[in-house]
Write a protein that binds this ligand. Sequence first.
Ligand code: GRF
Length: 209
Amino acid sequence: MSKAGRLVVLVSGSGTNLQALLDASADPSYGARVVAVGADRDGIEGLARATKANVPTFVEKLSDHATRADWDAALAAEIASYEPDLVVSAGFMKILGAPTLDAFPVLNTHPALLPSFPGAHGVRDALAHGVKVTGCTVMLADAGVDTGPIVAQEAVPVLPEDDEPVLHERIKTVERRLLVDIVGRMAREGWTVSGRIVRIGNQSGGEST
Ligand code: GRF
């Protein structure tokens, strides 16, 4: 059974999911705390949020490396230096490579009900498809694009007048609460993975893989 006290959070943008984790972890009974925040670009609000919370930050830009493999290795080394129990990809707009995925459990959050609408435009694609219900998914990352074992999902209605920003904001309100809840429960209770089935807590029937 894995536990998740030390979190490294990866961001690429506004970092409101990160902020929700920072706020939750101010209470020691939450069971997890953000020990570092990493990004693939400078000057984003997510990094400013970390600095304001006195959490160390690091930036690994793809353009600073000769190859994607070099970037993957450098990112994994940065993450490893903070000895995380769990890496949370919270709006990090890059696919993580084997050096990170093989070394740490990685939790990812996505603004759609997977396996529908994976990828960078989950909200836009759901709207364009005309679905009446969408939502958010918290999953363990694997080498694919939003294909890892699902940990939790929650539905969000699509309203007739929605555009992408309005719908995304409605989803993010739910997403932040779900992510905070799941990370806290994983930290406090541990989790197991058996094939695609993730179980949080000390339940029978699962084996860590
Ligand atoms: C979230 O909806 C996340 O699922 C998606 O991008 C958004 C990030 O929001 N990939 P924030 O940076 O946490 O505010």
